[in-house]
Design a protein around this ligand. Structure first.
Ligand code: KG4
Ligand code: ZN
Length: 322
């Protein structure tokens, strides 16, 4: 296909995101309408509101993204859209718009899995691996480890049995009185805290398994908060947040490292909203000092965005895996 520009749409959850990319994955415009402020009053996403807001904003956002990228509508010759997993009503808005675009302009449509988008958010960047790698995705909905082999086949190696890492952070943060999503606020608060003060359990610590479980951590955190609620001062909360993200980061990168050992590779890709976490990004540096090659996207490309969907589509095209 003689590709010029791609219109990418991501509406699987609470962010309505649209991007225009060129064939090499260069981002010309990347727009997000975030619904986050609205949900702080509810403590989480309300699916019905999310889909209605997507419907309200998406047409304007697509128009703005195309205008900002300084290309003509007729120069877009591919549409990429997230089709799963996610909130069904929200997904439908993005997919229907993408279908309309594809039919109206008589151009192909590629449906992309959201996790595949996170995994290939950096595809085309100079430091993105071109050989086999282990992929760690940690977000609000997923915590999973993949092996992407040199034939570009993706194999799921392990995932969480219960809560995702981001989900645990959001739920614990809510108990601390933080707004949804709490991951970023926990990260901010942790900057002033002692990561070694509070001790949290790590599931499957000594096991050979590549699975995660964060519900035990969530219960332990809930008990500590309930026991200390009246005594916790600002420093205590900072120490609590630092200890919490320390243990989550340790859990994630220990399992990612184990997967690398098992699959005999030192190349690792990390993605998803939790990959924006400062502690995780710091811990990952230890791996690079140990000879690992780690690709972790810039913070804004870790959380949900549309350019990752466009890049995953470019990868599929380059491998002719449509
Ligand atoms: O990938 P994402 O934007 O959406 C899903 O696919 O779920 O990830 C959102 C998750 C939320 O749980 C949020 O609290 C978490 O990523 N998150 C963070 C940070 N920024 C976002 N967690 C820890 N530290 C951060 N800086
Ligand atoms: Zn995501």
């Amino acid at each position: 296909m003689n590709l010029k520009y791609i219109l990418a749409i991501e509406s699987s959850c609470d962010d309505c995101a649209v991007a225009i990319l060129d064939t090499r994955g260069k981002i010309l415009s990347d727009q997000i309408y975030s619904q986050i402020e609205l949900y702080s009053q509810f403590g989480g996403i309300v699916p019905e509101i999310a889909s209605r807001l997507h419907l309200e904003k998406i047409a304007f956002l697509i128009k703005k993204t195309i205008n900002d990228s300084n290309i003509k509508l007729s120069e877009i010759n591919l549409v990429a859209v997230t089709d799963q997993p996610g909130l069904i009503g929200s997904l439908l808005i993005g997919v229907q718009f993408a279908k309309g675009f594809s039919q109206g302009l008589q151009i192909p449509l590629i449906k992309i899995n959201h996790i595949e988008g996170h995994l290939f958010a950096g595809y085309g960047e100079l430091d993105f691996p071109t050989t086999a790698f282990i992929g760690l995705i940690a977000s609000g909905g997923h915590s999973s480890i993949y092996y992407c082999n040199s034939n570009d086949e993706i194999e799921l190696l392990g995932q969480t049995r219960d809560d995702a890492a981001g989900e645990a952070l959001d739920k614990i943060g809510r108990l601390l009185g933080f707004n949804y999503p709490a991951g970023i606020e926990i990260d901010r608060c942790a900057q002033f805290g002692n990561p070694y003060r509070f001790h949290f359990p790590i599931a499957f610590k000594s096991e050979d398994s590549l699975e995660f479980s964060f519900s035990g951590l969530k219960t332990a955190a809930k008990d500590m908060i309930e026991q200390n609620r009246t005594r916790f001062n600002n420093q205590d909360i900072a120490d609590f947040c630092a200890s919490l993200q320390f243990i989550i980061s340790k859990t994630l990168f220990t399992k990612a490292r184990l997967a690398c050992e098992k699959y005999n590779t030192k190349t690792l890709v990390i993605g998803g909203g939790v990959a924006a976490n400062s502690r995780l990004r710091l811990d990952v540096k230890q791996l690079t000092e140990m000879g690992f090659s780690v690709y972790i996207p810039p913070k804004l490309q870790c959380t949900d965005n549309a350019s990752m969907i466009g890049r995953a589509a470019i990868r599929r095209l380059s491998k002719s895996k449509i």
